[in-house]
Write a protein that binds this ligand. Structure first.
Ligand code: PLP
Length: 284
């Protein structure tokens, strides 16, 4: 694989970052994951805008312009021959060669790293045909989940708890209400109404969420953005999650309770279809 580090395209075995990098020592870094279909980028603009917002919220310098970012994404897709897959991008605050809680001086260069993940069959995934089983766990993450930081230890542990329970993913609960999945936004459907938590600092403002809610509205589906409990989700007709890496993923079981007939629901399947269709048409 050819990867990108601070202005250079290198074989992955030759790419290095300082051990003092604040991304490594303090999780002082933000990231984006953009999907690739037909060798093209899905919603690059949305990811670039969110990256800029994450950087601003953390007073972190932008490593380069949006145009340069687009160019790097495209070049990595080309160099690695990616038809379907993902591009991971990370910007950290860099380092001034020591460990200190105080941020380094403003002229410290941020570290920019990008790499591709080849995923043939991403759009036609068997996981989406089967649907996902989720368990619920307490949400003990920090209070700025709207910033896409690399503090992913708890979500990673949540995935492991799900696996240990024979499930695929975990939905997190705070003050009795579902926040989101470990790496996706969460929805349930009851009597034709799609319910999802409204945007706030409590959840990541998903790029896929925005697109899917717009498409649902255009398709005259009913949407309620409000807090919901895991018990509501258990009594739902169907459920699903959205993320750039799995698009629209049907959820067929919540805490061991099968939803509907235990197979992907019609609204989740439809939304997945129209999301993929529109994304392919608008990919750049
Ligand atoms: N929520 C969390 C916690 C995530 O980590 C992600 C994606 O990584 C999402 C939601 C979905 O966001 P997007 O649709 O932009 O991928």
């Amino acid at each position: 694989r050819t990867v990108y580090v601070n202005g250079e395209y290198l074989p992955e075995t030759e790419a290095t970052v300082s051990i003092f990098d604040r991304g490594f020592l303090f999780a002082d870094a933000v990231y984006e994951v953009t999907s690739v279909l037909d060798g093209k980028l899905i919603d690059f603009e949305g990811h670039a805008v969110r990256l800029e917002r994450s950087l601003n919220e953390l007073d972190m310098q932008a490593p380069c312009t949006k145009e340069e970012l687009l160019e790097i994404h495209r070049k990595l897709v080309e160099l690695n021959g990616i038809e379907e897959g993902l591009i991971y991008l990370q910007v950290s605050r860099g380092s001034d060669g020591d460990r200190d809680f105080v941020f380094p001086s403003e002229d410290t260069k941020p570290t920019l790293v990008l790499f591709t993940q080849n995923k043939p069959g991403l759009a036609n995934s068997s996981a989406a045909q089967k649907g996902a089983k989720v368990i619920s766990i307490e949400d003990i993450r920090w209070g700025r989940r709207d910033i896409k930081t690399v503090q992913l230890l708890y979500p990673s542990m949540g995935k492991m708890m799900a696996k240990a329970a024979g499930a695929d993913d975990a939905w997190m609960i705070e003050d009795g209400y579902v926040t989101e999945g470990t790496s996706n936004n969460a929805y349930y459907v009851k009597d034709g109404v799609i319910v999802t938590r409204p945007l706030s600092n409590d959840i990541l403002h998903g790029i896929t969420r925005k697109a899917v809610l717009r498409l649902a509205e255009e398709a005259q589906m009913k949407i309620e953005e409000r807090l919901f409990t895991i018990d509501e989700a258990k009594e739902a007709d169907e459920a699903f999650t959205t993320s750039a890496s799995a698009f629209v993923m049907p959820v067929v079981e919540v805490d061991g309770v099968a939803l509907g007939d235990g197979t992907p629901g019609p609204i989740a399947k439809r939304l997945r279809e129209i999301y993929l269709e529109e994304s392919r048409a608008q990919a750049i």
